[in-house]
Design a protein around this ligand. Sequence first.
Ligand code: FE2
Length: 226
Amino acid sequence: MIFKQLFDQKSSTYTYLIASSKGREALIIDPVLENVSNYIILLKELDLRLVKVIDTHIHADHVTGASKLKDITKCSTIMGDLTPADSVEIKVKDDEYIKLENLKIRAMYTPGHTSDSYSFLMDNYLFSGDTLLINGTGRTDFQNGDSKDAYNSIFNKLLKLPDETFLYPAHDYKGEKVSTIGKEKKQNPRLQVSSVDEYVDLMNNLNLKKPDEIDFNVAKNINLGA
Ligand code: FE2
């Protein structure tokens, strides 16, 4: 399998490129608009044909490269069924599978960071978007975020996956690249709560500043960055 974890410096976003092998079909998760030309170069180098691009949710901190990638490669755009982005071609539901030749990716509805957030599981690789981060969790104070929903998505869905599941989030701000569900259960400070109320309280008292350019980014992303 080909698996590349790409990083956007400006927004600290991780983008993932997946394909079964050279010369085959490829899928990209959470592309960043400014990096599209780099993805195209990488696809050429690996002789891959981009057929699908997924956004885990409507991002607030960068503009998605989905629409531009579609223009260049004719790939299909995919998001969860509750996305406000009308132009998304394939809207997947909870527990639905996305196929990429012999690879299968399970869509998991994990609202809380935003109401449209999905995570994606391929074998033991979990792409958690901003629902579960390494040593953190996605904030819940904008885009219809909800800390109770986030608790449910994290504790009753993602943390129920096997401990050895690799965690690949959409962001990291400290240079961490990968974790596991088991490690996060033990070490992630946000997960050391004993009830949903305790988690809601924790999330309600983060006092985070509004992301730069959130209004511009969200407006652009509702059109998939077009
Ligand atoms: Fe986000």
